[in-house]
Design a protein around this ligand. Structure first.
Ligand code: CUA
Length: 332
């Protein structure tokens, strides 16, 4: 009973938003099948080797107690026959592994040949710049730390890095690939399952490597088109006095040096695009839930929440802090 419970707990660890063991995309499914095959082949050999080792030790126990090493006859026919069987097993195992690897490779390559949605993702210490092309105008649509993909369509993610090497990994959807400064890499994702997944930087890139995550939302094609059209629009105009005050503080102050809010004078390029920050799920690359309180805490104490982040603390009086968080929240 207790063992059954432990097994269930173990399996429970395999479900979720960030695991290669619950594939929600075509590429991840190919890799998962290959993983299963490798586990099966290596498990068989593991059990066989340990079994024979135990059997040999058990057979030799009489020799050891007499203080003499077991003797192998040079013309032992049984031994040479079993060595042939053993070699055949090893060759069969290797063929299975090579065959499985070939099939997985072909499956990944078949997606490479498809016409795909182009998305560019750039790794920064410690966040993700994400760019699409607006199908209506051809203009670049930028967002950060939240990737949206349409289900059933292959997306080709062009990977780059602005500073050091990062690694792009959404384990439920595809394999991982390094993002290297000065080098263009790309990874394909063909999502099969709607919903939220989690991506994580998979290459140590400095103090806040662990706080370099992102959300992935797989939408229906219609939802995706609506989302992209909304992201392409300039920022909403403030709907009330508090938001208007917040906009004056953001656009007229320190924030505008590093952040873009399209449709306003804020045009900094060093940090994430904030045009639709209110539509995103998290702040600071998956570090905080995007709430008004989280926003105020992040603006006032970024170095306490994510030590070493490029975001400097911004001292605002309480009324301004409240107004800024209301304005940013309204940028859906
Ligand atoms: Cu970026 Cu680790």
């Amino acid at each position: 009973m207790r063992r059954g419970l432990a097994f269930l707990l173990l399996l429970g660890g395999c479900a979720g938003q960030q695991t290669p063991l619950a594939p929600g995309g075509e590429q991840a499914a190919s890799l998962f099948t290959l993983f299963g095959l490798m586990m099966a082949v290596t498990s068989v050999f593991y059990v066989l080797v340990l079994g024979f080792l135990g059997w040999a030790a058990w057979r030799a126990r009489g020799h050891w107690s007499r203080g003499a090493a077991p003797v192998v006859e040079p013309d032992d026919v049984g031994l040479s026959r079993s060595l042939v069987v053993w070699a055949a097993l090893i060759i069969a195992g290797l063929f299975l592994l090579v065959g499985g690897s070939f099939v997985a490779e072909r499956a990944l390559a078949s997606a490479r040949a498809r016409e795909a949605l182009q998305v560019s993702v750039t790794g920064h210490q410690w966040w993700w710049r994400i760019q699409y092309r607006d199908p209506a105008t051809g203009a670049v649509v930028e967002t950060a730390n939240e990737l949206h993909l349409p289900v059933g369509r292959t997306a080709r993610i062009e990977l780059g890095a602005a500073d050091v090497i990062h690694s792009f990994w959404v384990p439920n959807l595809s394999g991982k690939l390094d993002m290297i400064p000065g080098r263009a890499n790309s990874v394909d994702i063909t999502p099969r399952q709607l919903g939220w997944f989690r991506g994580q930087c998979a290459e140590f890139c400095g103090a806040q490597h662990a706080h370099m995550a992102f959300s992935v939302k797989v939408d229906t094609p219609a939802e995706f088109a609506a989302w992209l059209a909304a992201q392409a629009r300039p920022a909403a105009t403030p709907a009330d006095a508090a938001a208007a005050r917040g906009q004056r503080v953001v656009v007229g102050g320190q924030c505008a040096m590093c952040h873009v809010i399209r449709g306003t004078a804020a045009g900094g390029r060093a940090g994430p695009d904030l045009t639709h920050i209110g539509s995103r799920r998290t702040l600071a690359a998956g570090t905080l839930v995007n709430t008004r309180g989280g926003m105020q805490g992040w603006i006032a104490h970024p170095q306490a929440i994510k030590p070493g982040t490029m975001m400097p603390p911004v001292a605002l009086d309480p009324a301004d802090a409240d107004a800024v968080s209301r304005y940013l929240e309204s940028l859906k």
